[in-house]
Design a protein around this ligand. Structure first.
Ligand SMILES: C[S@@+](CC[C@H](N)C(=O)[O-])C[C@H]1O[C@@H](n2cnc3c(N)ncnc32)[C@H](O)[C@@H]1O
Length: 194
């Protein structure tokens, strides 16, 4: 990893910005290479760590971020990497800015508010071409999704875990997609549009 990438990682650690785990990033980049991905739509940019890594591996990226501080930091990082031509960052809530998306994408990467995954999926998969893939991160959520007894956790966390379980079922039962789940990083899925 180059020094500038390590600096972004360090910033994320020091400022409690959740970014994709190393193992998850390797997996994402492998899929991009294996499936010859040219255009990526990412939901949840944070400070641009995953978007910059993906862009450096080839494809053009459109990414959405609703938090102003994260957005401004991402813009700064994207400029430092001279990737402004390759990464288009949209500032706004992904549930409200789908009208700013056009064209078709080979990969939809969902990595934003975990409770809204099904909404993101339904809003943005129309922009995915046939044969394209959807990758979701955090589907095991620190191994809590597999844990049977959640009674010791706060209600809000239990509700989030329930939503992630329902989303996994939604993916598994969706006849328009063929989904495989991986215990990689924080739990990832790959859904191929049939
Ligand atoms: C896990 S972080 C993204 C990490 C990034 N993909 C990476 O690995 O470098 C999730 C980000 O999604 C953003 N987010 C959450 N819900 C969103 C929404 N509805 N619209 C846009 N951004 C959202 C959060 O502000 C946060 O910065």
């Amino acid at each position: 990893m180059n020094n500038k990438i390590l600096e972004i990682k360090e910033y994320a650690k020091n400022n409690h910005v959740p970014i994709i785990k190393d193992e998850g990033l390797d997996f994402l980049l492998q899929q991009i290479s294996k499936c010859e991905i040219k255009r990526v739509l990412e939901i949840g940019c944070a400070i641009g760590y995953s978007a910059i890594n993906m862009a450096l591996s080839g494809p053009a990226i459109t990414t959405i971020e609703r938090d102003e501080k994260m957005y401004l930091e991402a813009l700064k990082n994207i400029k430092e990497f001279n990737l402004t031509d390759k990464i288009n960052i949209i500032y706004g809530d992904a549930l409200e800015v789908s009208n700013q998306i056009s064209g078709s994408y080979d990969l939809l990467f969902i990595d934003a508010a975990k409770a809204q995954y099904e909404k993101f999926f339904n809003l943005y998969t129309p922009f995915l071409k046939k044969g394209g893939i959807v990758i979701c991160d955090n589907l095991e959520f620190h191994d809590l999704v597999k844990q049977e007894d959640l009674s010791m956790y706060k209600r809000s966390l239990r509700s989030l875990i329930k939503k992630l379980r329902l989303f996994r079922e939604f993916l598994a039962n969706n006849k328009d997609y063929t989904t495989t789940f991986y215990s990689i990083g924080d739990g990832m899925s790959v859904s191929v549009k049939n």
